[in-house]
Write a protein of this length. Sequence first.
Length: 80
Amino acid sequence: MTIHATSGRFDSELMNNINEYAKAQHMAASKFIEQAVSEKLEDLLDYQISEEAYRNWEKNNFKTYKHEEMWSMLGIDEND
């Protein structure tokens, strides 16, 4: 994986909080920022996926299925 450098601007209070947290976790502030951005992107992707699933469920009039029905729909014998 290629690593790319970037820069950002933070107000003093936020930068102090980042530095304090990173120090308490024995990590560099840059590593903390990298992890925070990565987690935020994962959260956004999860949100988009859940919104799409909800819209599909809504289109199907909020239909729910029993376990047995789902196994059958997936072609899985639940006794295996």
